[in-house]
Design a protein around this ligand. Structure first.
Ligand SMILES: Cc1cc2nc3c(=O)[nH]c(=O)nc-3n(C[C@H](O)[C@H](O)[C@H](O)COP(=O)(O)O)c2cc1C
Length: 122
């Protein structure tokens, strides 16, 4: 399964283009899953290091919907709107919170191909 993560707080361009990219992958025979950060309750990493000792994140929020998908995924498409020349805060939070995935299963992100999409307005 190829996991697409949309870092937009809206169901607009980023989520649409990510959907198009995943459809193209499906046409090539891949199973895909789109996870939208939109509407999710996902807090930033606290750097409490709880995950390093306990192999799970202490913050029990909607990131727990994403953790099993990350483990299952064979590849990733990260799609973000451009906010002030960078990724959105939602996208960055998702990336930072994978620290707990890595602590639990160091191989969960290794050797998995990734692709990035950035959607700007200017
Ligand atoms: C806070 C904020 C900062 C932005 N900064 C940029 C920027 O630096 N460069 C750019 O091209 N567009 C910028 N934009 C425009 C968005 O990237 C653009 O509208 C994008 O399509 C939004 O994605 P969405 O339709 O999925 O929400 C910004 C928008 C917001 C809300």
């Amino acid at each position: 399964m190829i996991l697409g993560i949309s870092g937009s707080p809206r169901k607009m361009a980023t989520e649409h283009i990510l959907g198009v990219a995943l459809k193209m992958l499906e046409e090539k025979g891949f199973k895909t899953h789109l996870f939208a950060m939109r509407g999710k309750n996902i807090s930033p990493c606290r750097h409490c290091d709880y995950c390093l000792k306990n192999k799970e994140c202490i913050v029990k929020d909607d990131m727990y919907q994403l953790y099993p998908l990350i483990r299952e995924a064979e590849g990733f498409v990260l799609a973000t709107p451009v906010y002030n020349g960078s990724m959105s805060a939602q996208m960055k939070i998702a990336m930072d919170r994978t620290r707990a995935t890595l602590a639990a299963e160091p191989r969960s992100l290794r050797r998995k191909p990734g692709m990035a999409i950035a959607i700007g307005g200017d």
